[in-house]
Design a binder for this molecule. Structure first.
Ligand code: SAM
Length: 294
């Protein structure tokens, strides 16, 4: 019997007296096509290390283990660990870690695996993410510069739409600029809500994020760049002059001068700015600070 079939999931759940946790975002995949779409999207090679976020009962893990040299699956729910040991018992290339992904040092794990000689290829990150922490997980992977060749993850459709959006659209926001600063973003699949147990209230999208070898722009100070993006979008209906002076904590005259030096009309809104314009804005903030400190 296949691991993803609803009857297998129910049988495992009942036999282990396991209760699916809503608060941990447990919505398990029950569709072979979706599994294949994630696995194909991840482009796993036989020498690769796959890190899976939130394996659940191991449906994706088993598919990855068939193709990769090594799979490390990070699952927070200790009640799933004996289940994973059972469902993945036939594989000798799977390591199960009972940890919170947000508190896990993935670079350290990759180093350990490389030193142990368990893989010689690329690192591929996969997961059907728990919806409640999708954005923190993605930003952790990108900000910590986890050395992955690809990140192939399923998330709520609306979050994926925001990540993929460009300037001039309603869904363009801090997360779009944040992710696109680090990655190329490709859509792999649309996934309807009825292929999960239990069925969530939202549809999903699988995205493939490919970290850029060379950044699209080189901000003089990345911290300032991200603060500017956050401040600009904090009150997205306001003009940049107003949003940056209230959320950014700067005098209006200073903000006006910074925007004008960056060649950006102070009457524009954050959602119209390109990545390059955010870069110019942030660099002018850095210049302004440097001049003040002189
Ligand atoms: N991969 C399985 C599947 O697709 O059927 C399960 C996906 S389910 C949407 C999300 C999984 O992430 C659950 O197994 C849940 O327990 C786990 N999870 C939730 N929060 C986590 C965290 N902070 N760290 C690691 N795993 C987490």
């Amino acid at each position: 019997m296949e691991l993803y079939s609803p009857s297998t999931i129910k049988e495992i759940r009942d036999r282990h007296n396991f209760k699916l946790s809503k608060s941990l975002g447990q919505n398990f995949i029950t569709d072979r096509n979706v599994l294949e779409q994630i696995i194909e999207g991840a482009d796993i090679g036989p020498e690769d290390l796959v890190i899976e976020i939130g394996p659940g009962i191991g449906v994706l893990t088993a598919e990855a283990a068939e193709r990769a040299a090594r799979v490390v699956a990070v699952e927070i729910d200790e009640k799933l660990i004996p289940i994973l040991k059972e469902t993945l018992g036939g594989f000798d290339n799977v390591r199960i870690l009972n940890r919170d992904i947000l508190k896990t040092d993935l670079k350290e794990i990759i180093r350990e695996e490389a030193e142990g000689g368990t893989f010689t290829g690329d690192v591929r990150i996969i997961g059907n993410l728990p919806y409640y922490i999708t954005t923190p997980i993605i930003m952790k992977l990108l900000e910590e510069a986890v050395p992955a060749a690809s990140i192939t993850i399923m998330m709520q459709k609306e979050v994926a739409d925001r990540i993929r959006s460009g300037p001039g659209t309603k869904s363009y926001g801090a997360i779009s600029v944040g992710v696109q600063y680090y990655c190329d973003v490709n859509k792999v699949a649309s996934v309807p809500r009825d292929v999960f147990i239990p069925q969530p209230k939202v549809d999903s999208t699988v995205l493939n994020l490919v970290p850029l070898k060379e950044k699209r722009i080189q901000a003089a100070d990345e911290k300032v760049f991200f603060s500017c993006v956050k401040a600009a979008f904090a009150q997205r209906r306001k003009t940049l002059l107003n949003s940056l002076s209230s959320a950014g904590g700067m005098e209006k005259d200073t903000v006006r001068r910074i925007l004008e030096n960056a060649g950006i009309d102070p009457g524009r809104r954050a959602e119209t700015l390109t990545m390059e314009e955010f870069g110019r804005l942030a660099d002018e903030v850095v210049n302004e600070k440097a001049e003040r400190d002189i």
